[in-house]
Design a protein around this ligand. Structure first.
Ligand code: MSP
Length: 474
């Protein structure tokens, strides 16, 4: 097919609690990229969803006094509601408890690994962190605790199926080294290459039903359920038809981009490629592993009292303000920080006094002088396109917001409102050019601020002043 297409995914989220800032970050970042690809003319498939099986979710359901299915039904609906509020333009929301959409492909993939001779039964004895849904060895722990969750892992002794990941270490390493599978940014590529250099160990790929019952039964052995990561990673292919609709699957696979957080890099850049190689499927083209969001330089936590809830920000400033902060103020290539003060300051400077003020200033003049262009040019700025195609989303946003400031300065310098008194024709020409520029700014803002961009374009085409886009906050 010659048509340009782009398949982008977010991680699927554990419905063991409501979504927080980190989750909103991954999803909005992915949405900005997906919207940009659509602007570039790609037929885009944007997948998100929820990772509903495993001990962590089952435990949370129990605590809430609910059956796991009932519990995940409720939480996944909440995820969808938040994503709708944030204007996340996903094309598909996959749920791993979906027996029609997800199970057939997850089972087929398992069977392919079996056919390749890569699944074997063994005894496992190790330390399991429920928070991470992963096994650790003593040396991974800090003071006997999980480095991410600061909790003591459970000692597990059981019979599991294993996946022969070790067999694929070298092949995966070669593909990442050569950028056949791109790992972005460079720091993460180095990190995973050094893991691969040491060689990968085989991974436990199932749990006995009596320890974890909430999962997909292993085909041919009802006494075991698939390991939650084996189940979850396969979502990227089951969603688009693997095991169900071959045509749809080959249309979209391989994925162009998996957006993930840096904490789940090993799963995506080691285990997942291993599974695909074993099943003789093409590997994804790229993985973007973004950093973590902190508040005031510290991990957000209730005890520190620095938790920033995306819902509160949306309520106070509107969802576009949150999208703006995510896209502009945080680099996907590093860790980022958010504080209420920084948020307000950037909102006032760039949204209220920035684009909001500029739009109303230009359109007020355009309406009173009747100065609108006959036609509009829409062309993506090359630099903007380059930054975004390398996923330097914050740099692309900088280009647009710098342009907004420059237009503002130009108005101050040119003073069309003064010129109008002596030379209305000249003033009209200047303002009409400003309207063209504003329309072009709105075009580039669409991936970041879809609603504001639309409001500006509509006001321009209806030749009126838009309502206040971003009220100033004191
Ligand atoms: N269910 C797995 C992913 C399976 S993908 C096949 C999972 N879920 S999660 O809900 O715990 O996390 C989802 C994403 O949120 C991860 O990419 C994680 O990196 C991201 N974040 C969680 N906290 C974060 C921050 N504080 N900052 C930025 N992103 C972080 O992992």
């Amino acid at each position: 097919m010659s048509e340009k297409r782009f398949y982008i995914t977010t991680p699927i989220f554990y419905p063991n609690a409501e979504l927080h800032m980190g989750h909103a970050y991954t999803t909005v970042l992915s949405d900005i990229i997906a919207r940009f690809k659509r602007l570039e003319g790609y037929r885009t498939h944007f997948l998100t969803g929820s990772d509903e099986h495993g001990s962590k979710v089952a435990k949370a359901a129990k605590l809430a006094g609910k059956e796991p299915q009932e519990y995940v039904d409720e939480l996944s609906q909440k995820f969808k509601d938040l994503f709708q509020e944030l204007d996340v333009s996903y094309d598909q929301f996959i749920r791993t408890s979906d027996k029609e959409i997800h199970y057939p492909g997850a089972e087929l993939l398992w069977n392919k690994l079996v056919e390749a001779g890569d699944i074997y039964k063994g005894h496992y004895e190790g330390l399991y962190c429920i928070g991470c849904e992963t096994f650790y060895t003593e040396k991974d722990l800090v003071d006997g605790k999980c480095p991410l969750h600061n909790t003591v892992p459970e000692l597990v002794r059981e019979e599991n199926y294993f996946f022969k990941l070790s067999k694929y270490s070298n092949t995966i390493r070669g593909k990442i080294e050569s950028d056949e599978l791109r790992v972005i940014p460079e720091t993460r590529k180095k990190e995973i290459l050094s893991v691969l250099e040491g060689g990968l160990s085989d991974v436990s790929f199932s749990r006995p039903k009596e320890s974890v019952s909430w999962g997909i039964p292993v085909p041919g052995d009802e006494s075991q359920v698939m390991y939650v990561w084996c189940d979850a990673l396969s979502n990227y292919i089951t969603a688009i038809g693997y095991g169900r609709d071959e045509k749809m699957f080959t249309d979209f696979w391989p994925a162009d981009l998996h957006v993930i957080g840096k904490d789940i890099l090993r799963f995506h850049a080691a285990i997942w490629p291993g599974m695909l190689l074993s099943a003789r499927l093409p590997l994804p083209k790229a993985i973007l592993a973004h950093g973590f969001i902190t508040s005031g330089g510290k991990k957000m936590s209730k005890s520190l009292g620095n938790v920033i809830n995306p819902k509160d920000l949306i309520e106070e400033y509107g969802e576009e303000a949150l999208r703006y902060f995510i896209g502009r103020e945080i680099s996907p290539l590093e860790d980022g920080d958010i504080t209420p003060e920084a948020f307000k300051e950037s909102y006032n400077a760039n949204l209220a006094n920035g684009i909001g003020n500029l739009a109303s200033r230009i359109l007020t003049m355009a309406v009173s002088y009747d100065a609108f262009p006959e036609t509009y040019k829409r062309e993506l700025n090359k630099e903007f396109e380059t930054e975004l195609s390398h996923y330097r989303v914050h740099k692309a946003a900088d280009i647009v917001f710098t342009e907004i400031q420059q237009i503002d300065v130009a108005i101050q310098v040119q003073e069309p409102f003064k010129i109008y008194k002596t030379d209305p024709k000249k003033a009209r020409a200047i303002v009409s050019d400003l309207v063209q520029k504003l329309s072009n700014v709105a075009f580039h803002l669409e991936p970041f601020l879809p609603k504001a961009a639309q409001k500006i374009q509509t006001a321009i085409s209806e030749k009126r002043v838009p309502e206040t886009l971003f009220p100033r906050k004191d």
